[in-house]
Design a protein around this ligand. Structure first.
Ligand code: SF4
Ligand code: SF4
Length: 381
C-alpha cells in the first residue's frame, strides 16, 4: 500500500480508501470479511456517511481493536428518520446522530464532515445555523480530530474552503466530471444518460479548486471515482469506450491535493480487485488516450500524466508543473507548504538542461522547458 499526507494534518492515509456505503444492509459476516480484507491489505481510511445504527455497529465490531489504526470520516447531518436516508440541518437532530456515531466508534471520530454542501442554501444553513460552530466545538473538545466537508459543486466547495474551517474535503472527481462544463451539476450526469454530454477540455474552475486545496493544505478524499460505475460501463461511458478501474483511480490520484480514492466495495474480493491498481503498470493506468480524443482542448496544459519522463536531470516534471500551477495563482504569495513540497522534490526546474526530450514526448504540447525556467525563478531564492 502507498500512503499520502492528508493535507496539513500530519496524518497519512492509504491511497485506496473504503467507501462503506454498500455495506449498509449486509449481514455482519460480510461486513467483517470486507473490513478485515481491507485492513489486512493496508487500507486505513474509511468513509462512513451512512446514518444507520446497524451498519455503523457492524463496522465498529469488525474493526475491533484495530479501530485505533484506522481513520474514519463520518458525516454530520446524515440521518435516517423513519428509516429514510436524509440530510438534516437541524442542529439537535444532527447532534443526536453524530453523538451516536461517536459512541459507536469509541468516543472519537478522526474526520467530522460537514455533509453535502452543494448550494448556497446548504452553505447558509451549515455556517449560519450553528452546525459549523458546533463541529468546531467538537474539535476543541477532542471528540473529532479534524473538520472536513463534502460537496459536488465547485463554486460552493471553493467558498467552504475559503472559510478556513475545513482541513479536508471529500469531492466527486473523475475525468468526465472534470471535462464537463463548469455550470453542470455532477450528480445530474449520474442520474441521466451521460452519453451525448458535451465534454470539453479540463474545466478551469475545477482545476483551480484542487490547486486552492493544495495551496491551503486541504487534502481531498475522492468520491465517484468511477462515476457510479458509468465510466467503466460500455453502455454508459461518455467516451468512445469505457475507461478501466485503474485509469479512473490513477486519474483521481494524479489531481493536486488528493490523498485517497474511496472505492465502494462490499466484499473482500472487490477490495482485492481494487488493490490491483497498486501492481498495475504505467500503461494500464494511462488515462491520456481519453483526453487525446479532445486533444486541442488540452493543448499547452499539463495534466500530470508523466508521459514526458524520463528526464536526464531526473526532474519529476509533473510535480514541478503541479506546484508551478499553484504558485501561479498568486506569484507574490506562494504558500510555504508549496515551496517546501517543491524543495523536497530532489531535482528542481533549475536543473533542466533544455534537452527537449520531454517536449517531444508530451501529448499536449506543454512548454516544459519554459515551465522549468519559471519554476526556477519562482521557487529558488
Ligand atoms: S508535461 Fe506533458 S507529458 Fe509531462 S506530465 Fe505534463 S502533460 Fe504529461
Ligand atoms: S528539457 Fe529539461 S525537463 Fe525536459 S527532459 Fe530535458 S532536462 Fe528534463
Amino acid at each position: 500500500m502507498q500512503y499520502r499526507e492528508i493535507g496539513n494534518t500530519g496524518k497519512k492515509a492509504s491511497i485506496i480508501g473504503l467507501g462503506c456505503e454498500h455495506l449498509d444492509g449486509k449481514p455482519y459476516e460480510q461486513v467483517e470479511e470486507t473490513i478485515h480484507t481491507a485492513l489486512d491489505h493496508g487500507v486505513n481510511y474509511l468513509d462512513i456517511f451512512m446514518p444507520g445504527r446497524e451498519v455503523r455497529e457492524n463496522i465498529a465490531k469488525a474493526l475491533g481493536n484495530r479501530r485505533k489504526d484506522t481513520f474514519i470520516q463520518a458525516a454530520f447531518g446524515s440521518t435516517d428518520i423513519n428509516q429514510q436516508y436524509d440530510i438534516s440541518r437541524d442542529l439537535p437532530t444532527a447532534k443526536k446522530y453524530f453523538e451516536d456515531c461517536l459512541r459507536i466508534f469509541g468516543g472519537y471520530i478522526d474526520f467530522g464532515m460537514l455533509f453535502f454542501i452543494d448550494s448556497e442554501e446548504d452553505y447558509r444553513k451549515v455556517f449560519d445555523g450553528g452546525i459549523a460552530d458546533y463541529v468546531q466545538k467538537l474539535k476543541q473538545n477532542g471528540d473529532i480530530g479534524h473538520i472536513g466537508f463534502s460537496s459536488h459543486k465547485t463554486d460552493i466547495a471553493r467558498k467552504v474552503v475559503e472559510t478556513g474551517v475545513p482541513e479536508m474535503m471529500m469531492f466527486s472527481i473523475n475525468l468526465a466530471f472534470d471535462m464537463s462544463p463548469s455550470d453542470s451539476y455532477a450528480l445530474d450526469s449520474l442520474s441521466e444518460n451521460w452519453q451525448g454530454t458535451d465534454l470539453c477540455g479540463m474545466d478551469a474552475e475545477r482545476m483551480a479548486l484542487y490547486s486552492l486545496c493544495e495551496q491551503k493544505g486541504v487534502g481531498i478524499s475522492v468520491m465517484k471515482t468511477l462515476g457510479a460505475g458509468k465510466l467503466i460501463s460500455p453502455e454508459h461511458t461518455p467516451f468512445s469506450r469505457p475507461m478501466t478501474v485503474n485509469q479512473c483511480i490513477h486519474y483521481a490520484l494524479s489531481r493536486p491535493a488528493v490523498f485517497t480514492t474511496l472505492l465502494g466495495c462490499q466484499t473482500g474480493e472487490q477490495i482485492k480487485d481494487a488493490l490491483g491498481y497498486l501492481q498495475a503498470d504505467e500503461k494500464d493506468k494511462d488515462y491520456t488516450p481519453f483526453m487525446s480524443e479532445l486533444q486541442d482542448n488540452f493543448k499547452g496544459k499539463c495534466v500530470y500524466c508523466n508521459h514526458c519522463l524520463p528526464c536526464p536531470s531526473e526532474i519529476d516534471i509533473a510535480s514541478v508543473n503541479k506546484y508551478l500551477d499553484i504558485a501561479r495563482l498568486d506569484e507574490s504569495n506562494i504558500p510555504p507548504s508549496i515551496r517546501s513540497h517543491y524543495q523536497n522534490l530532489g531535482h528542481g526546474g533549475d536543473e533542466c538542461i533544455a534537452c527537449g526530450s520531454c517536449e517531444d514526448r508530451c501529448p499536449f504540447d506543454v512548454p516544459v522547458i519554459q515551465n522549468m525556467a519559471k519554476a526556477a525563478e519562482l521557487f529558488h531564492d
